[in-house]
Structure formats: C-alpha cells, structure tokens
Design a protein around this ligand. Structure first.
Ligand code: SF4
Length: 329
C-alpha cells in the first residue's frame, strides 16, 4: 500500500463492540447512525477535499463501518498495513472517545514513528488532558476548522520542521511540557471550504473502498446528504455544544463563518447532478440575515432539482419567508 500524507480514521463508539456488547443508550437518536456511531464527521469530507486541492493525498477509512458490516473484519491486521505521514482520528462527539483512543493506541503500537493527530470539538475541549494522559496521542488540532492547520502540520512533519508556528496545535515540546499554540486559524467565511460529494465518489474509486467511505449503516437505503451554511451560531441555547458561547470559548470564534449563498446553492446542484438523495441544509439560511437567505433561494430558483431539500430554522420564519422557500425548491 503506497504511503500517503494523511489517513483519517473513524472509530466505533466502543472498541470492540463485537466482543464487549453494552447498553449504549439513546446516544444516536438524532443522527442517522447506529449507537456504534459509525457516522464520521462531515469535516472529514471537507478536510480531504481541501488537502487534496493543496497537493496532499488523503484517505478516509470508516473503521466503525467496516466492523459493523463484517463481523470478522480484522482491525489490527488492517491498521498494521497502513502507511502515511500521519494518522488523524476524530473525537468530535464524546460518544466515541473510548473507541477513538483504542484505535489510536493500536495505531501507535504498530506504527510508533507515525504521528497520531486528534481533532474535533471534544478533542479541543480536552486537548491538554489527551496529551498528558495518553502517550499514543501526538497532536491535537483545536478549533472548528483545521483544514489550513493540517496542511501546515503535514508539510512541517514531512520536512521535519519546527511546530511552534502551526496554528491551533497542541503538542509535546520534546521535554515534559505540553504546548498549546495560539488558536488563530479561525476562517471568517467558508468559501474555500466545501463538502463535495464528487470528491468522495472519486476517492471511493481510487481506493476501491466503498465501505471505508460509507457515511452510515443504512446510507444505501436512506442516502441522505448534507450541505453547510456555516460554522458557528449566533444563538446560545442552554443545552447546545455548538452555541455562540461554546464556539467563542473553545474555537476562538467571535461570529459564525458563512458559506457564500451562491456557492451553497452550487453545492446542492453538484449533489443533484450525481445523487437523487435528499439534501439537508445544515444551519438556518436566515441566520446571516434576510439578504443571505433570499440570495440563496434566488439561486435555487434558477434550476429546479428533483432532490428533496430539508431546511432547519433556529427561529420560526415569518410566513412570507416560507412562501419564498416554497417558490424556490
Ligand atoms: S440554534 Fe441550534 S446550533 Fe445554535 S445554539 Fe441553538 S441548538 Fe445550538
């Protein structure tokens, strides 16, 4: 297997759930995933697309999905054969912290010289603890956006350069100290960061690995897709881990970053060109203001698509806004 720059691996919530059955509780009731949490974060997709656009090679491996689909899938045998400049694991949702750490430990056992990078909002919150307690974790990239920082980190690792200037990076400085570089890679828009399903389809073919890229167990019978309006939120709902206050304290984000509404419409058209799946628009199109929402709807009106389109609202929209939506999709 050729060496690539980054292999992103998604772990099950519990390793190894095939041998240690447990009561998982309602941890996945609001996502289209089983309690094994085989759904990898959509950020894997934007990271892969961004890095490949910047000359790096990336593979996504949904290990949880491989384990779910094949009870005899040999995790250790598979991981032992991987080669990359670095491995990346998501600890975005707390549900799979045990599984992610278990995979990180196995990877380090087979590949002691290949760095293990963690990312996601939960990894961000626990960045120092993760490095202090788990020697098989080498780096945590903090914040809600790590695309640019990952390019810089992988280039620095390849060229054996110092890490003191890599934004958002928490790392061991070689002594006993843990250093948290400033969290300065906080994009103020998402025009350069995209979820492109065409990219994923190409990678499935390149690595001949549909299971490794499958988003969740029932995806082929229930193939829902998603596009993102933003990272961050203007609201502060008390129970939300993605509120304005959370993003401010954990991701150094003072305001949401939005994707240009015309690019957002193009993301949906790109999906419609290849898939008939429903498209979920994540993030209220009116959060950035009426102008943003209406510009998006105007674009959607230019081209009728057969896909169902689902909207979410953070506040009940006025009736005329709903009528504009009804005219547009
Ligand atoms: S509107 Fe949604 S994303 Fe924003 S704080 Fe409330 S629950 Fe969280």
């Amino acid at each position: 297997m050729a060496t690539m720059d980054l292999i992103l691996l998604h772990a099950p919530s519990l390793y190894d759930f095939r041998k240690r059955p447990g009561m998982h509780g309602p941890i996945s009731d609001v996502v289209p995933s089983t309690p094994i949490f085989e759904m990898y974060p959509i950020g894997f997709t934007s990271i892969s697309e961004y890095l490949e656009r910047h000359g790096l090679t990336v593979r996504i491996v949904n290990v949880a999905m491989k384990m779910l689909k094949d009870i005899r899938f040999d995790v250790e045998g598979f991981l032992s054969k991987l080669k990359a400049t670095a491995f990346g694991l998501d600890i975005h949702w707390m549900a799979h912290i045990q599984g992610a750490l278990a995979l990180a430990e196995i990877l380090k056992r087979f590949h002691p010289k290949i760095p293990v990078i963690l990312g996601g909002l939960s990894a961000t919150y626990y960045h120092e603890e993760l490095l202090r307690r788990y020697p098989f974790v080498d780096f945590v990239l903090r914040g809600d956006s790590t695309e640019k920082a990952l390019v810089l980190l992988l280039e620095a690792l390849r060229e054996k350069r110092g890490l003191q200037d890599i934004p958002n990076l928490t790392w061991r400085d070689g002594g006993s100290g843990i250093r948290a570089n400033p969290l300065t890679d906080v994009p103020d828009h998402l025009d350069d960061i995209t979820v492109d399903y065409r990219h994923i389809m190409k990678k499935v073919v390149r690595y001949v690995d549909p299971t490794g890229y499958q988003p969740f167990m029932d995806w082929y019978s229930y193939p829902v897709t998603a596009v993102f309006t933003c990272r961050g939120c203007i609201h502060n709902c008390k129970t939300c881990g993605g509120s304005a206050r959370t993003f401010r304290s954990m991701a150094n984000r003072s305001k949401p970053a939005f994707r240009d509404p015309k690019l957002l419409a193009q993301d949906i058209f790109n999906i419609a060109d290849h898939l008939h799946a429903p498209v979920m628009i994540i993030g209220d199109i009116f959060q950035a203001g009426k102008e943003y929402g209406f510009t998006f709807l105007q674009e959607m009106k230019k081209r009728r698509i057969a896909n169902h389109v689902a909207f979410e609202f953070f506040l009940p929209p006025p009736r005329p806004f709903l009528e504009r939506i009804a005219e547009s999709v």
